[in-house]
Ligand binder design. Sequence first.
Ligand code: NAP
Length: 388
Amino acid sequence: MEKNLLNPLDVMQECAQLALLGKGYTKTNPVVGAVVANQTEILSRGWHQSFGGPHAEVNAIDSCLVPTEGLDLYVTLEPCSHQGKTPPCVEKIVSSGIKRVFIGVVDPNPVNAGKGLEYLKKHGVEVYVGYMEDLCASIIEDFAKYITDKKHYYTFKTAQSLDGKIATSTGDSKWITSKASREYTHYMRAVSDAILVGVGTVNADDPELNVRHIKSDRDPFKIVLDPNGRMLLDRKLVKNSADKLIYVTCNDNDVSDKLNGLGADIITLGGDGQLDLNKLSDELVKRDILNVMIEGGGKTTGKFFDAGLVDKVNMFIAPILLGGDTVSIAGKGVASVAEGYRLKEIQTKQFESDLYISGKVTDFKQPILDLTEYVRGCCACGCSRDDD
Ligand SMILES: NC(=O)c1ccc[n+]([C@@H]2O[C@H](COP(=O)([O-])OP(=O)(O)OC[C@H]3O[C@@H](n4cnc5c(N)ncnc54)[C@H](OP(=O)(O)O)[C@@H]3O)[C@@H](O)[C@H]2O)c1
């Protein structure tokens, strides 16, 4: 029976799923997925599994059980052309005899952008770019921001009522959203380098900020903003995970001294009761923390919005009304509707009876390269239909 030709868009979607298996393990490298295929079937798969380890392309090529001469390689990100912790992937691709390379997105890393494509083309490999480009760009957005701006990526996550409240007037907040929503939140935590909250939330809720509702061995850092040293020391974050705690305050105080003794990382930013969030960003980048999820409360979140630092929003909205004034996003807010943060690239889902809306606040721009020499489009026939 004749087999169907592979659709490169479907194959690239599989590569993107493979890439996500590495999320949380590869910093400060991007997540990447790759497969080796002939025209009708995928023959091997690979993804970048850990920082300093072999890249996705190498894993896919090395795990292919048949000779790779004349085969196709699909990869979410432009292969690297420079020596890093591992040799350049483009050399491996050329020496393995791969005939065609299908690429999701150009590397935002200025060291490599376009050079990987050039090398492959120069060495006789057919190169096709732009397959599921948006998807492939979205899975490396934290890396892209870090590598171009040396800033990390802030995602704001909230579990709120239909009227935008995250607790009742007495401070009760458990649980506004469904079990399914909470489980999904734990997946988000698992792919974050750190979870950030204000001292109000730590003192009121005694959260653990760990990953427990899903199977994962990830344990992100827990960042607490406490300018005035009022965090209670009997909290679970102190008792169970002081070694994963990053405590941010204005000046040394009793709490920071005690936490320092317990192995917490202390960041003192100076100032008088106000934390400079741009300075905090610089400190987190120094620690290779690229992907931070802000989990509230409203005052803390408001300060990040006011500082223009939030990149993405993940909102779980439960069909319940709470009233009161414990809002999801406090702060100054914007002056006019026109200045509001209108989300882009919206995704919606339903978790039990909760609505989930996610969208981007900031735009990341891919490198602008002249790609006319490379075939872009939906398939390898060169028809250049760009429909992803
Ligand atoms: N449903 C949910 O998903 C959810 C999630 C989190 C929290 N909550 C609820 O939210 C409530 C707590 O929220 P909240 O807004 O009162 O407290 P919060 O945001 O957790 O903490 C606010 C405090 O953090 C400090 N802070 C944060 N950012 C700062 C900055 N840039 N500069 C200076 N100080 C900064 C300030 O401390 P000082 O006061 O010392 O200046 C501020 O008052 C609780 O009732 C909790 O249950 C609900």
